[in-house]
Design a protein around this ligand. Structure first.
Ligand SMILES: Nc1nc2c(ncn2[C@@H]2O[C@H](COP(=O)(O)OP(=O)(O)OP(=O)(O)O)[C@@H](O)[C@H]2O)c(=O)[nH]1
Ligand SMILES: [Mg+2]
Length: 364
């Protein structure tokens, strides 16, 4: 399970591919890459939007079909555009060891072409994570339906899908939050998740995550839950773990059914063996005894928090339908308790910028 590091030169190449408007926006937020093993690609049917991308390579797909004018909110057009440019997309995926796709589901390009990319990753045997936002209910039923169709197509692949329902922002930030601020916050979450994933895969840690173990966990079909938690003092590592596991912006899954878990702990200074064991034991108690658990720990002297934890659980049982918790009444007592505990703790869990809290009436 653990690989003690010491050998160099086996860092995997991670390709981060932003698909459609939202995906490319998320890519633009990433810190400029110093790491040669990270490749960034903006994939879009919209030539004008691509011209504004400030990072990575731009890949116009479906040029014959759309003339570079976008997919017009039609996922079929997005799909056909990706099919038209399949050989380019295949070459991009072929050059990677791990593929990370990020997109906003509900529009034409992202919804239609991301599953094509995910399928290519499957065919080429590359572990693939898809990090996708789901549209606000206020964007209309059509977009929600499209997003659902995109999810179903993603389920036909072995990729791990992590979804961020934009509506959960309303629950976390309050209904009066400004729409632009809500998007900014969602993008910030996307950025943190993508940055941490990339860091986990490319930084040399003491217990480094082995790519084969990682692939095994990634290729467990089903829902994935992904979150980040942090604390200043290592005594509070359990709280940081709770934050990571119950991040209210990530769609809810039944953790007991997860078949694979990856935990990456980054610490400014070394933590005690006792706290490390407490953390891994705590995770083990929460998931199926049969789950593969892969743990990594790295020293990151210049990070913001004393301890930062990234948890990704895969292969969890799929909820019947992706619905935002903001609009869904809990059905069972345990669901009630879970939702209540999230409502109570969401202020602590989220790093909500003060100005947003003030706007949403949640400031102290
Ligand atoms: N969090 C977040 N969500 C976004 C952003 N931009 C768009 N979205 C969401 O993503 C969905 C799809 O929008 P786009 O990414 O613009 O659509 P597209 O994939 O480019 O598709 P077409 O423009 O129709 O070809 C929207 O319905 C929004 O819910 C963004 O910057 N941040
Ligand atoms: Mg677009």
């Amino acid at each position: 399970m653990f690989e003690i590091m010491g050998q160099e030169g086996n860092t995997p190449t991670v390709s981060v591919i932003g698909v459609g408007g939202c995906g490319c926006n998320a890519l633009a937020l990433l810190e400029p890459g110093q790491n040669a093993t990270i490749q960034l690609y903006n994939v879009n049917t919209d030539a004008a939007a691509l011209a504004h991308c400030n990072q990575g390579e731009s890949v116009l797909i479906g040029k014959e079909l759309t003339n570079g004018y976008g997919a017009g909110a039609d996922p079929d057009v997005g799909k056909q555009a990706a099919e038209e440019s399949k050989s380019t997309l295949r070459a991009i995926i072929e050059s990677a060891d791990v593929v990370l796709l990020t997109t906003g589901l509900g529009g034409g390009t992202g919804t239609g072409s991301t599953p094509v990319l995910a399928k290519l990753a499957d065919e080429l045997g590359k572990p693939c994570i898809v990090v996708a936002t789901l549209p606000f209910a206020s964007e209309g039923q059509m977009r929600t339906n499209y997003a659902q169709q995109g999810i179903e197509r993603m389920y036909e692949t072995e990729c791990s899908l992590v979804t961020f329902p934009n509506d959960n922002l309303i629950q976390a930030l309050g209904a009066t939050v400004g729409i632009f601020d809500a998007f900014t916050h969602s993008n910030d979450m996307l950025k943190r998740i993508i940055t941490s994933l990339v860091q986990m895969l490319t930084d040399i840690g003491y217990l480094n995550i082995d790519l084969n173990d990682f692939s095994k966990v990634m290729r467990s079909p089903g829902e994935a839950v992904l979150g980040i938690g942090h604390c200043e003092e290592e005594e509070h590592i359990d709280t940081a773990l709770e934050q990571a596991l119950f991040n209210p912006l990530v769609n809810n899954v039944d953790l007991n059914t997860a078949t694979g878990v990856i935990i990456q702990v980054n610490c400014r200074e070394q933590i005690t063996l006792g706290n490390w064991e407490r953390l891994t034991g705590n995770i083990r108690d929460k998931v199926s005894p049969l789950a593969i658990i892969v743990c990594g720990i790295a020293s990151v002297p210049d990070q913001q928090y004393g301890v930062e934890i990234l948890v990704m659980a895969t292969g969890a049982q799929r909820s019947h339908k992706h619905e935002s918790r903001a609009n869904t009444a809990p059905a069972t007592q345990s669901e009630v308790e879970h939702v209540e505990s999230q409502e109570l703790s969401s202020d602590n869990i989220l790093d909500i910028p003060t100005f947003l809290c003030e706007q949403s009436g949640k400031a102290d």
